[in-house]
Design a protein around this ligand. Structure first.
Ligand SMILES: [Zn+2]
Ligand SMILES: [Zn+2]
Length: 302
């Protein structure tokens, strides 16, 4: 069997090569507005994560060890049914991991880095944030280990999931017909990376979009609403340390200026943009503001 390390090395090599070819082709397009800085920042993220991999700071290992020690069953992966169940189970966990990464500011502090590029290209796929190992997203996949799937198998399926998502980070692949109903596609993921109020907090799936459809977070890309990529307050810095840590710094600042412990905890656990005075910039508040603006426009034109 191919080891996870070998798989990761080949996967990274392929992803980097494809991203560079795409960048080269996009730069040569007439009226190209291609930003190489965004590609470089994604490379800085990739190199940083590879270096951090040498440090024994992962929260995944102790969480997975604990779940494996207390597992209720030991799953054998020798049947098609077992592999299918693992795939669906992993997708379910991924959906909630990703949704939490957008709805809980503590997890968002890492995940926002993936959403920081102001253009959507293949290189975005490997900008995943340096602090993922510390922020503990492994806890969302621990139930699989607790049910009896070996930790290395869980990690391998997660890697395959992320590898699948690589091709979703493109602006040049159109909608794909019936494929859009079941699978995550470039069109669905463009919506996910868009900062337009209409598109915020949508399409959290990995390989599939069925859990988005099931839990009401699926939003279709609209021709009349072109995606604006990046964060609602765009990251303009070209300094990788700013890109990687600005959301942790702003979270820390909000926690420190909190008037009581409840507000401090709320800053950590509530959605990004939450404000104790109720005049924040959560997805819901931004949508309300956009709708109110739209109504004023309609009235003016009436
Ligand atoms: Zn996301
Ligand atoms: Zn993405």
């Amino acid at each position: 069997m191919v080891s996870t390390g070998t798989m990761m090395a080949w996967g990274t090599g392929f992803v980097v090569a494809a991203a560079m070819i795409e960048a080269w082709v996009l730069t040569r397009k007439p009226n190209a507005n291609f930003d190489w800085n965004e590609v470089m920042l994604s490379f800085a993220d990739l190199i940083g994560r590879k270096l951090l991999a040498f440090l024994p700071i992962s929260l995944a290992a102790p969480i997975f060890d604990f779940a494996w020690e207390h597992r209720i069953h030991t799953m054998s992966m020798h049947s098609v049914l077992a592999v299918l169940l693992l795939f669906i189970g992993q997708e379910f966990c991924y959906y909630w991991y990703h949704r939490a990464s957008h709805r809980i500011r503590f997890f968002w502090a890492t995940h926002a880095v993936h959403h920081s590029p102001n253009q959507l290209t293949l290189s975005t796929a490997f900008r995943l944030g340096w602090t993922g190992k510390l922020a503990g997203p492994a806890m969302f996949f621990a139930p699989l280990v607790f049910l009896g799937v070996r930790p290395e198998v869980v990690m391998a399926t997660l890697m395959i999931n992320l590898l699948y998502q690589f091709w979703l980070h493109t602006t040049w692949i159109p909608k794909l017909g019936w494929f859009e109903y079941l699978f995550n596609t470039p069109s669905a993921h463009r919506v996910h990376h868009a900062s337009n109020a209409e598109y915020l907090d949508a399409n959290f799936g990995g390989v599939l979009v069925i859990f988005d459809r099931l839990f009401g977070t699926y939003v279709e890309e609209r021709e009349d609403v072109p995606c604006v990529y990046g964060l609602t307050t765009p990251t303009r810095s070209r300094n990788p340390f700013v890109v990687e840590f600005e959301h942790w710094v702003s979270l820390g600042r909000d926690v420190l200026k909190s008037k009581n412990p409840l507000t401090a905890i709320s800053f950590i656990l509530r959605p990004p943009g939450w404000n104790p005075e109720g005049r924040g910039q959560t997805a819901e508040e931004l949508r309300q503001q956009a709708n109110a603006k739209m109504k004023v426009k309609v009235k003016v034109h009436a």
